[in-house]
Design a protein around this ligand. Structure first.
Ligand code: BGC
Length: 740
C-alpha cells in the first residue's frame, strides 16, 4: 500500500476537499496533459490553462516559460491548481549518468539513488516536478532498443534498483525542495515485445506476468512511487491503456496503488490503431474505464469526456477518482504550498555532480575479459598508446539515448580522460577511423594499423552511437555495425605476433553478440553508454586508478538466434548439458535421427551464453567459502540466515557483488533452474576475508502458478552463492509446513 496516497493521507484529504469545488470541465482538464509550445506560450495554451483545461504540461524546459505557465494556472484559473511539469529525465538532466542498463551493472542501489537524486536536483531547478522514470520493464531481448533504458533481465535486481531510483527522485519527503515525482513505466510487459521490435504485441502468461514482469512495479507501488505509465503494447490481446484488469483490478485494487496513472504518448488515441476502439471517443471511454487517470497528449478525454458522461458510458465517480489521484500527487509534491510561481536560485554543485557521474560510470563498466592481466596498463612501461575509433572522442555519443537536456560541454571523452591520467611522456596516437559506427568505409584501417604497430598498447573503442538504441531503435543483428569488426580483424592479425596488447572498449546501448571480437582481443571492458564522465571513468579503470566491479544485469548471447537467453530458464524435460550437446560440425554423415543430442539446444552454436548474467571480472580475485545456513528446516514465516566468507585473494582492494541464487526442485509449477534472490556489494582489502550475511524470508520462496495463484510450497531447495549466475558454492535446505 502506498501510504503517501492512502485515503486518510493529508494529500488525499486535501484533494477530495478541492474536488468538491470543481466543475466537470475543470475535472476533465486535470486529466489532460499537453505538449509544451517549445520555449514560448501560444495564446491557445495560455487560454486552455486559464480555463482549467490542462492538468499537466510535458516537454517545456525553459524555466521562465515554466514559471509563466504556473502563474497562469495558479493566479488566472478559477481553481488555481498548479501544473505537473513532466519531462523524460531518464539517466540525468544536464549531468548525464550511464544509461540505466549501465547503472544496473553497478548492482548498487546507493549509486543509483544518488544518480536519481542529482537528476532531480538539476531538473527541479528549472521547474520540472515530474520525471517519466524509472523504466522498470524486464527485458530479455537485446534487439529491443529500449533495453538501454531498463535494468535488465531479472525481477529481483530490477525491483531493488527501482526502489532506489524512486527514492532518489522523490526522497522521503516528496514535498521537499528538489524532490520530483517518479513514474514507474511502462506498466506492464512492454519489454517482451515480440522479436524485440518496439511497440510490437506481447503475449505473456499470467504466470510470467506475475513472476517476472510485475514484481518491479509492485515494489515501486509499495514504495510510494507517485505515478505509473501504461505500456504502448497489448498484453494477450488487450492494449494496456484499455486494460481494466491490469490498471484497476491488479494495480489499484490488489496492490492499492494510490497515485496517478498516465497513458503513454498518445496511447489512448492509438487504441483506434490497435483496432479495439472504433474512434477517439470510444478510445477515451475504454481508457478512462480501464483506469487511466491522465492522458498524455492525444486529448481524447477532454474532447469526449462530456459526451461519454452524458451517454452514461463513463461514470462521474470514475472521473472523480481519477482527478482525486491527480490532485493528491500535486498536494503530495507540495505544489500548492511552495512557490511554483517563482523558482529558487540554482545552487547545485557542478563539480560534485560530475564526480558522481564518474563514480557511477566506474561502477557500471564491466570487465569481460582480461587475459594475462593485460589490464590495468602499466603506465611506467608505456611510451605510446594507440587509441582508435570515433567513440573514443565524441562528447555526444557517449551519453546514450534519452538525453534531451544533457549538456555536452560537461562530457569528458575517453581521449581526454586518458590524456588526464597518462604521464606526459606517453603519446596518445588517436585516429577516429570511422565517421560513425555504421560507417562501412575501410579506407582508414591501414592508417589505424600503422598507428597501432608503432604503439606499446592499442585501445580500440567500438560499439554503437547513441541513436542505435532507445525508443523505436531496434536491431535484427547484434554484431558491431559498419566495418568495426573488420578493424578488429585487421588489428588482431597484425598485432598477434608482436606482443602488443589489444584492448577493446565497447560503448553500446545493449549487449552485442561479439563472440569473434572477444576471442581476438586481450582485454574487453564493456562501458555501455557511460554518460558525461564516461571517458574519465574508463581511463581510470584502464590504468588501475579504479578497479572494475560492474556485473552484467543481462545475459550476453553468442548469436541473435539464442534470444531470449537468460539465467532463470526453466529446466524443460530435456535440458542440455556438456554430455548431451553435440555441435553440428561434429555430426557424422548419415547419423540416425535420434543418435545425437536430443536436448534443448541450437546445434550451430554452443548452448552457453557469451557471458552469463551477473558476470564481471576485477583486477583481483575473490574466493567464496564456508557457506553456513542457520536453519536447514525452514518453516513458512521463518527467515533463513545465510552466511558465507569471501576472500580477496589478489593484491589490490576491490568491490565484489556477492549474489545468492536458489532453485526450488519440485513444485506445482515449473521453477527456474536458478533464480537470483539477493545480492550485496562488499569492499575488500587485499587478503581480507569478510563474512557476508543474507536474510531470506521463507515468504520470498513463493511463486505464482499457471493460473496466477501465489503458492508457498514445502520442498527441497538448493542455494548458491558466488560472483555470477554460475556460482558453484551451494547448500540445500528444506521448506516445511503446509502448502500456502
Ligand atoms: C515513451 C515514454 C516517454 C514518453 C514521453 C513515449 O514515447 O514511450 O517512455 O516517457 O514518450 O516522452
Amino acid at each position: 500500500m502506498s501510504a503517501l496516497f492512502a485515503p486518510d493521507s493529508d494529500a488525499m484529504q486535501r484533494a477530495l476537499a478541492l474536488l468538491a469545488d470543481m466543475s466537470f470541465e475543470e475535472k476533465l482538464g486535470q486529466m489532460n496533459q499537453v505538449n509544451g509550445d517549445g520555449g514560448h506560450i501560444s495564446g491557445d495554451l495560455a487560454q486552455a490553462i486559464r480555463e482549467g483545461r490542462v492538468g499537466s504540461v510535458i516537454n517545456e524546459v525553459n524555466p521562465d516559460i515554466i514559471v509563466q505557465l504556473q502563474r497562469i494556472a495558479v493566479h488566472e484559473s478559477r481553481c488555481g491548481i498548479p501544473l505537473l511539469i513532466g519531462r523524460d529525465v531518464i539517466h540525468g538532466f544536464k549531468t548525464i549518468f550511464p544509461i540505466p542498463l549501465g547503472l544496473a551493472s553497478s548492482w548498487c542501489p546507493d549509486t543509483i539513488e544518488s544518480a536519481a537524486r542529482i537528476s532531480a536536483l538539476e531538473a527541479s531547478e528549472i521547474g520540472i516536478n515530474w520525471t517519466f522514470s524509472p523504466m522498470i520493464d524486464i527485458c530479455r531481448d537485446p534487439r529491443w532498443g529500449r533495453v538501454a533504458e531498463c535494468f535488465g533481465e531479472d525481477p529481483v535486481l530490477c525491483s531493488t534498483l527501482a526502489v532506489a531510483m524512486v527514492k532518489g527522485y522523490q526522497t522521503d519527503d516528496l514535498a521537499s525542495q528538489g524532490a520530483i515525482a517518479a513514474c514507474a513505466k511502462h506498466f506492464v510487459g512492454y519489454g517482451a515485445s515480440e522479436s524485440g521490435r518496439d511497440y510490437n504485441t506481447t503475449n505473456i502468461s499470467e504466470h510470467d506476468l506475475r513472476n517476472v514482469h510485475m514484481p518491479s512495479f509492485h515494489a515501486a507501488s509499495n514504495n510510494n512511487v507517485a505515478t505509473f505509465m501504461t505500456s504502448f503494447s497489448d498484453v494477450n490481446g488487450e492494449p494496456v491503456s484499455a486494460n481494466k484488469w491490469l490498471l484497476t483490478d491488479v494495480l489499484k485494487d490488489e496492490w492499492h496503488f494510490g497515485g496517478l496513472v498516465v497513458s503513454d504518448w498518445a496511447s489512448v488515441h492509438q487504441l483506434t490503431v490497435h483496432g479495439i476502439a472504433g474512434c477517439d471517443r470510444h478510445a477515451a471511454e475504454l481508457a478512462i474505464n480501464a483506469g487511466v487517470d491522465m492522458e498524455m497528449v492525444s486529448a481524447t478525454f477532454i474532447s469526449y469526456g462530456h459526451q461519454l458522461i452524458h451517454e452514461n458510458k463513463v461514470q462521474q465517480q470514475r472521473i472523480d477518482q481519477a482527478v482525486a489521484r491527480i490532485l493528491a500527487v500535486k498536494f503530495a509534491l507540495g505544489l500548492f504550498d511552495q512557490g511554483v510561481t517563482n523558482l529558487p536560485a540554482p545552487k547545485h554543485n557542478l563539480a560534485a555532480h560530475l564526480d558522481a557521474s564518474r563514480v557511477c560510470a566506474e561502477k557500471s563498466c564491466v570487465l569481460l575479459k582480461n587475459q594475462s592481466h593485460t589490464l590495468p596498463l602499466n603506465t611506467d612501461k608505456l611510451n605510446s598508446v594507440a587509441l582508435l575509433g570515433m567513440l573514443a572522442d565524441d562528447d555526444y555519443e557517449q551519453l546514450g539515448t534519452w538525453i534531451f537536456d544533457g549538456d555536452i560541454t560537461r562530457s569528458c571523452t575517453l581521449h581526454q580522460g586518458l590524456r588526464n591520467v597518462l604521464p606526459d611522456h606517453v603519446a596518445i596516437n588517436y585516429h577516429k577511423v570511422f565517421d560513425n559506427t555504421r560507417d562501412c568505409d575501410t579506407k582508414h584501417i591501414p592508417d589505424a594499423i600503422t598507428l597501432a604497430s608503432a604503439s606499446d598498447a592499442v585501445i580500440v573503442c567500438v560499439g554503437e552511437e547513441a541513436i542505435l538504441s532507445g525508443e523505436a531503435h531496434c536491431r535484427a543483428e547484434l554484431g558491431l555495425p559498419g566495418a568495426q569488426q573488420q578493424l578488429i580483424n585487421a588489428l588482431s592479425e597484425h598485432l598477434s605476433s608482436k606482443g602488443v596488447p589489444l584492448i577493446l572498449v565497447v560503448m553500446a546501448g545493449r549487449p552485442l553478440a561479439i563472440e569473434s571480437a572477444v576471442q581476438q582481443v586481450d582485454a574487453l571492458l564493456y562501458a555501455w553508454h557511460p554518460g558525461s564522465m564516461g571517458g574519465a571513468a574508463i581511463a581510470n579503470l584502464l590504468v588501475g586508478n579504479a578497479v572494475p566491479s560492474g556485473k552484467l544485469p543481462i545475459t550476453f548471447p553468442r548469436k541473435v538466434g539464442q534470444i531470449p537467453i537468460y539465467h532463470s530458464v526453466k529446466p524443460g524435460g530435456r535440458p542440455v548439458n556438456r554430455d548431451n550437446f553435440v555441435h553440428m560440425d561434429a555430426f557424422p554423415m548419415r547419423a540416425e535421427q535420434t543418435s545425437l543430442g536430443m536436448s534443448s539446444s541450437h546445434m550451430d552454436t554452443d548452448f552457453t551464453p557469451l557471458f552469463p548474467f551477473g558476470f564481471g571480472l576485477s583486477y583481483t580475485h575473490f574466493a567464496y567459502h564456508d557457506v553456513i545456513l542457520d536453519n536447514l528446516l525452514l518453516h513458512t514465516g521463518d527467515t533463513l540466515g545465510v552466511s558465507l566468507a569471501v576472500t580477496n585473494q589478489g593484491h589490490v582492494a576491490g568491490d565484489e557483488v556477492v549474489q545468492l541464487y536458489i532453485r526450488d526442485h519440485v513444485a506445482s509449477a515449473t521453477r527456474p533452474v536458478r533464480e537470483l534472490k539477493a545480492f550485496q556489494r562488499v569492499s575488500l582489502q587485499p587478503g581480507e576475508t569478510q563474512r557476508v550475511k543474507f536474510h531470506l524470508p521463507a515468504d520470498e520462496l513463493a511463486f505464482f502458478d499457471a493460473r496466477g495463484k501465489r503458492c508457498l510450497e514445502p520442498g527441497t531447495f538448493t542455494l548458491w552463492v558466488g560472483g555470477d549466475s554460475n556460482a558453484a558454492l551451494c547448500a540445500d535446505f528444506e521448506l516445511v509446513g503446509e502448502v500456502a
